[in-house]
Design a protein around this ligand. Structure first.
Ligand code: TMP
Length: 239
């Protein structure tokens, strides 16, 4: 497989074509943004951590029967993935109230929800990824009824898999965002699962071990990412 020209550059990743029309190479950057790109910064080492962590978790998810875009890790920052058509939905699963859920609904951060819940945002930077429901998604033809059912089933299943994996690493999975794509007509998990896209709180201390340290200027951002990676069993240089 040959790496060809860049197809796209996003906020956290670059995507390259290959000589195989079904395969792309994603390259993870250290760039970090928050609040729809208003806040910008760098989290040194983040690209390699997010790449390796995503690949580890995607392989566990795949082993449990949820198809993913993962093909092969090429190096610290780069991975070969199946080329999908992204479903323009940010799928958020929550176990504990935090972030925009707490703000919108006036529920104190840290309140355990009676059951895991799901929400969709329309993936559109110009509009600031507005919250929508599955009826909007169907009406706007973002996804079909059958795709939405599959996405919901997969999302809750992924939540159960991730909760177990993170708990083994001493982390509580508060909430996370995932994205799906269509590959030859089938829904598969795409994008990434990392401290950029999950809220992870230390089981013992309750300390935030994710991108909220960057969003909220809490300091110790790089260390938190390294800790998460190490606890999941990824070998990290230094520290
Ligand atoms: P929220 O509480 O700000 O809506 O975030 C919910 C989860 O989604 C949290 O784990 C962070 C993640 N997330 C992203 O991955 N990308 C985003 O653009 C936003 C707003 C949240």
């Amino acid at each position: 497989m040959q790496k060809c020209e860049q197809l796209y550059e996003g906020k956290a990743k670059k995507v390259f074509l290959t000589d195989d029309p079904d395969i792309l190479i994603v390259s993870y950057k250290d760039d970090a943004t928050a609040f729809n790109g208003l806040k910008k910064g760098t989290i040194v080492g983040k690209g390699a951590i997010n790449n390796r962590m995503t690949n580890l978790l995607f392989q566990k998810i795949e082993a449990e029967g949820v198809p993913t875009h993962f093909i092969q890790e090429l190096n610290d920052r780069e991975t070969a993935v199946r080329r999908v058509e992204i479903v323009p939905l940010e799928v958020i699963v929550r176990n504990v109230a935090a972030g925009s859920f707490s703000k919108r609904l006036g529920v104190e951060e840290g309140t355990v929800l009676a059951e895991p819940t799901i929400e969709f945002s329309y993936k559109n930077d110009e509009l600031g990824d507005p919250l929508i429901n599955s009826h909007f998604a169907k009406a706007l033809q973002l996804a079909t009824a059958s795709e939405i059912k599959t996405i919901k089933d997969y999302a809750f299943k992924i939540n159960e898999i991730l909760k177990v994996e993170y708990l083994k690493a001493g982390l509580r999975l508060i909430d996370f965002k995932i994205e799906f794509g269509r590959f030859h007509g089938k829904i598969i998990l795409a994008d990434e699962i990392s401290p950029d896209t999950c809220r992870l709180w230390d089981v013992e201390s309750g300390e935030k071990m994710d991108k909220d340290r960057f969003r909220r200027d809490l300091g110790g951002v790089e260390d938190a990412y390294i800790q998460v990676a190490k606890r999941l069993g990824l070998e990290m240089e230094s520290k």
